[in-house]
Design a protein around this ligand. Structure first.
Ligand code: COA
Length: 229
């Protein structure tokens, strides 16, 4: 983020929003849950050769591009993830790691920390996470192509029946990209904090909703697969 001049209106706005007391007084958060069924629809073609699976030499092309990026931590975290059975989908362009995404197969449930919701999944659910496009390769359709490769890798390398992704509220490019790649909206999870009290909700008003989501407690939901109904 560009530097904000100290004590300017933008500085107060930024620090106000990120202040724990302000967040305790009032905060609205949203997270879009999106998904694609992998066995109920025509099987995705195998991933194109330019996207690779668990390719350590691609990971080695990682360049820090954000303030919080750390090359050693990235490579160590990637080794841990591979050892845990997660799959990594990558594409290198001009010698740079241009696209990366991770797939976590066979996940029973997830707690989405930004909104504090827990979603319990049907059998053979996978999630994808940490999708990133190098800033030098953005706005060229690489995200959408990469997500299609992720769908294809989950189809051909795992027993996944339902592949889920989560997009933070406000990340319009990421939401558009998921829908363009074939993901369908599942729900928008909402959390409203007022004077420290949290109210959880799930907005299911989008068109083309995929699977039913039933409440199982405050901020806890059961997701049912299409063919389990
Ligand atoms: C979000 C991100 C993955 C998009 O990558 P990308 O390769 O530039 O995306 P694409 O070129 O495939 O475009 C996807 C869609 O988003 C739109 N888009 C991309 N960047 C945009 C921007 N900055 N503002 C508005 N729209 C944008 C594109 O026009 C396209 O929409 P369309 O299909 O209607 O034309 C990339 O900006 C990124 O890595 N951001 C940081 C990490 C992140 O947010 N990851 C996603 C987590 S779910």
């Amino acid at each position: 983020m560009a530097a904000i001049k100290r004590f300017s209106p933008a500085w107060f706005l930024h620090h106000g929003r990120n202040n724990a007391l302000v967040r305790w007084l009032h905060e609205d958060r949203t997270l879009h849950l999106v998904g694609v069924p992998l066995r109920a629809e025509p099987v995705a073609p195998p991933p194109p050769d330019d996207f690779r699976v668990n390719a350590r030499d691609d990971l080695d092309r990682f360049e820090p591009t954000e303030r919080w990026h750390d090359r050693a931590a990235f490579l160590a975290g990637a080794e841990d993830s591979l050892a845990e059975g997660k799959l990594c989908v990558t594409r290198v362009i001009d010698g740079q790691l241009a696209f990366i995404a991770w797939i976590r197969p066979e996940q029973d449930q997830a707690r989405f920390g930004s909104v504090g919701h827990t979603v319990r999944f049907p059998p053979h659910t996978a999630t994808h996470f940490s999708v990133y496009v190098h800033p030098g390769h953005r706005r060229k359709g690489l995200f959408v192509a990469g997500l299609k490769a992720v769908i294809s890798v989950a189809t051909h390398h795992t027993e996944t029946r339902l592949l889920l992704g989560a997009v933070e509220g406000g990340n319009t490019p990421a939401l558009k990209g998921h829908l363009a790649a074939g993901f369908r909206p599942v729900a928008t999870l909402t959390t409203r904090t007022s004077l420290g009290r949290r109210r959880f909700g799930a907005d299911r008003s989008a068109d083309g909703l995929a699977w039913p989501l039933t409440p199982a407690g405050p901020g806890v939901w059961d997701l049912t697969a299409e063919d389990d109904r």
